[in-house]
Design a binder for this molecule. Structure first.
Ligand SMILES: Cc1cc2nc3c(=O)[nH]c(=O)nc-3n(C[C@H](O)[C@H](O)[C@H](O)COP(=O)(O)OP(=O)(O)OC[C@H]3O[C@@H](n4cnc5c(N)ncnc54)[C@H](O)[C@@H]3O)c2cc1C
Length: 364
């Protein structure tokens, strides 16, 4: 049980989805520091699929993932993971420019008032993106882990990589609990800890920066909100979506620089979220039902990183999933798996070149 072909560090959506793609072909172990996979970013997302999000290159991965998320293969899950609600990109002035190919239509003020009753007059119009959907993140993550195990993969929770070194073509991995495991290939799917994992393996960090984002569940004096579209502004200063009949999930769209940690919301960010919300709709706020925060981790160019490190043999980056790691996971895992295994890409990602996501783009 201590010798594998591949060890994946991190059991969030990145590690689980990539693991599910390679487990049938390589003896693979996922080591997860926490007692359960998905404790960090994966378990704290806003859980939506928004095709236009993250720019043109990320949109390709999202678009490629959509059919799988909507109607997964029967042997992967019994039902789809998406529940369509649409997104209104509201504006006081100019409509936003979205990546080419994303379906949208302009919504003028009268229709906007019907779609978001109580929206304040300064919000003049919106671009509606009908394909925006909620993602059942817990089910998706569980399905990736189930497939990983079905295909022979092993998951070890409570197993934190402390250090690793490469000798005679293999990684010798020391765990914090004193155990050790070995493999030819080490995958860094450590989320906010990706640079720390690299450093612990003697690999040059890529400056993957964790940024905190705050979420608030608000109860308001307005009913009929459950299927409200996602509402965001073209300046990127808030978003909210209906959660229950009288509750919304709200974010101030914050990106607070931080180190990797068990992120928690700060009062000031909750207050900012509420302040911005009150500038959009006239719904009385009754109470904050709960709040949470998580880390979105970005490479310097805000694109994810999939590929082998240039400075150390057998070290594979699967990091920098920013705010799109859930919605891109099916396609990203297939693309990363093709690079890792040096195989032809799956048809889902055949038209997406992996070079733009390679860590070699950071070499000077
Ligand atoms: C508030 C918020 C809203 C978001 N909304 C969306 C959204 O609507 N749609 C979307 O697609 N994405 C969204 N995201 C982004 C998405 O959640 C992330 O991109 C995704 O979860 C990243 O997955 P991951 O597996 O890389 O990271 P994680 O889920 O954080 O997993 C990394 C794992 O690595 C483990 N680890 C770290 N170091 C070690 C070590 N040394 N040894 C062993 N294990 C280690 C950690 O314990 C952790 O479990 C959101 C994120 C946040 C915070």
């Amino acid at each position: 049980m201590s010798d594998f072909d591949v060890i994946i560090v991190g059991g969030g959506i990145a590690g689980a989805s990539l693991g599910s793609e390679i487990a049938a072909k390589r003896r693979t172990l996922i080591i997860e520091a926490e007692q359960h996979c998905g404790y960090h970013s994966t378990g704290r997302s806003a859980a939506f699929f928004l095709e236009s999000y993250g720019g043109a290159e990320v949109a390709k991965l999202s678009t490629a993932s959509r059919a799988f998320l909507h109607r997964p293969p029967e042997d992967f899950a019994e039902r789809g993971f998406l529940h369509t609600r649409g997104d209104l990109h509201v504006t006081r002035a100019e409509l936003p420019r979205l990546p080419a190919g994303v379906e949208t239509r302009v919504v003028e003020r009268a229709e906007l008032e019907r779609m978001v009753p109580g929206i304040k007059a300064e919000w003049r119009r919106a671009l509606f993106e009908p394909s925006c959907a909620d993602i059942d993140v817990a089910s998706l993550h569980a399905a990736f882990l189930r497939r990983f195990r079905q295909r022979g993969g092993t998951v070890a929770t409570g197993s934190r990589l402390a250090a690793a070194r490469r000798t005679q073509g293999r990684w010798q991995v020391e765990l914090e609990d004193g155990n050790s495991v070995a493999a030819a290939t080490l995958v860094n799917a450590g989320g906010a800890w990706a640079d720390d994992v690299a450093a612990a393996c003697g690999v040059a960090p890529l400056r993957i920066a964790p940024k905190r984002r705050t979420m608030v569940q608000l109860r308001v004096g307005r009913s009929g909100l459950k299927d409200l579209p996602l509402v965001d502004d073209s300046d990127g200063s808030f978003y909210f979506k209906g959660e229950g009949d009288r509750t919304v999930w709200l974010s101030p769209h914050d990106e607070i620089e931080t180190g990797p940690c068990d992120a928690a919301p700060e009062e000031i960010d909750i207050a900012t979220a509420i302040d911005r919300f009150e500038s959009v709709v006239d719904w009385p706020i009754e109470r904050v039902e709960r709040s949470w925060a998580g880390l979105r981790s970005f490479a310097p160019d805000r694109l994810p990183v999939y590929g082998y490190a240039a400075d150390q043999e057998g070290f594979f980056w699967c990091a920098g999933q920013g705010g799109f790691g859930i919605q891109t996971s099916p396609a990203a895992a297939k693309l990363a798996a093709a690079v890792l295994l040096d195989e032809e890409p799956d048809p889902m990602v055949a038209s997406i070149g992996p070079a733009i996501f390679s860590p070699s783009r950071f070499e000077s």
